[in-house]
Design a protein. Sequence first.
Length: 176
Amino acid sequence: MRKLVKVAFVAGAAGAAAGAAQAFRKDESTEVIAQKAMKGAGEAAAVGALVGLVLDRRDKKRRKKLANKARFGGALATGGLVEAARAARPALEHALEVAAAAAEATRPKVEHAYEVARPKVEQAYESARPHVEHAAKLAKDRAIEAAESARPHVEHAAKVARERATEVAESARRAA
């Protein structure tokens, strides 16, 4: 929980600074600068909170793993592999239950995020499509122009290479 708050706060401050700097560069009014700073702070704080949550969970898992290793190590030292497996079973069953519960809990959120993002992605695709097609046509036209302008140079190089190869072949025949 500590990292969640710290990372959210730092990211929020950075987001506010970035939003304000971008608005300030555009010579916008003070109200717009403040609005963009707050918007940037909110977005960055949300992302920072998510990153902090992940870091907190990772630390918690590490501490738990170290505690389990100590317990399993003691079982291995005293009784062998069977006792270690018996000691590990509850932890593994619990981990499986937690993973299944987490998957079920996040499924509606993921589906909702997908449904919200899908129209926006489709709109972006449709708006970008003509630009991409135009760029592809321009690239094709320029490639054709480059090939046409390079053709005389390539033909000349081939002619020179053919003449040079003929000279080398004749000198090799004379030497033999």
